[in-house]
Ligand binder design. Structure first.
Ligand code: AMP
Length: 178
């Protein structure tokens, strides 16, 4: 078996675009072929976390739902804890909530009030940065708990949507850029 670290080009080739899913006009980036490949999945986690040494991050914060996959694996790699930012109504304990605008309407994400200690060092992770609304709302929740975002990392960035603008002041890493 080839155990060498994959290139970003190999990772990109394992992402397939599904037109008009879940609704007309959306080019959905399907990462399941990448996840199913052991070498590509591990390589993607290596690349997402390469700036950090184990022990230098306290928590990987993952965004519901595909962000959980990457943030949990990154947390294990970095010897950090894992914290979920979930869609409203899913977390069982007391939460802080943050609303954000979608193309049509609004959505709300939540975090447990005791999920992060003040001053803790966070790597915020999601599979994809599009308009940035989701990540900015998650970042606001992390900051509300007094934690510090060292970096926001995304497997995919849809650059033409300029999501970075909503994350001003947060260092951003993205592997595959469209
Ligand atoms: P946004 O808030 O616009 O940055 O959207 C980011 C969130 O929506 C992420 O959690 C993504 O998983 C999801 N998302 C947005 N656009 C796409 C897309 N084209 N393909 C797959 N997931 C997407």
């Amino acid at each position: 078996m080839n155990s060498s670290r994959p290139t970003v080009a190999e990772i990109e080739r394992a992402i397939r675009t599904i037109p008009d899913f879940p609704q007309p006009g959306i080019q959905f980036k399907d990462i399941t072929p990448l996840l199913a490949d052991a070498r590509l999945f591990a390589g993607a986690i290596d690349l997402l976390t390469e700036k950090f040494k184990p022990g230098s991050v306290d928590a990987g914060v993952g965004i519901d739902a595909r962000g959980f996959i990457f943030a949990a694996a990154a947390a294990v790699r970095l010897q950090a804890g894992f914290v979920p930012v979930r869609k409203k109504g899913k977390l069982p304990y007391q939460t802080h909530e943050q609303e954000y605008a979608l193309e049509y309407g609004y959505a709300t994400v939540a975090i447990h009030v005791d999920a992060l200690k003040p001053g803790s060092r966070v790597l915020l992770i999601d599979d994809l940065l599009a308009t940035g609304g989701t990540a900015a709302a998650a970042a606001a929740l992390v900051k509300k708990l007094g934690a510090r975002i060292l970096e926001a990392a995304f497997l995919i960035e849809l650059k033409f949507l300029n999501g970075r603008a909503k994350l001003a002041g947060v260092p951003i890493r993205s592997l595959v850029v469209y």
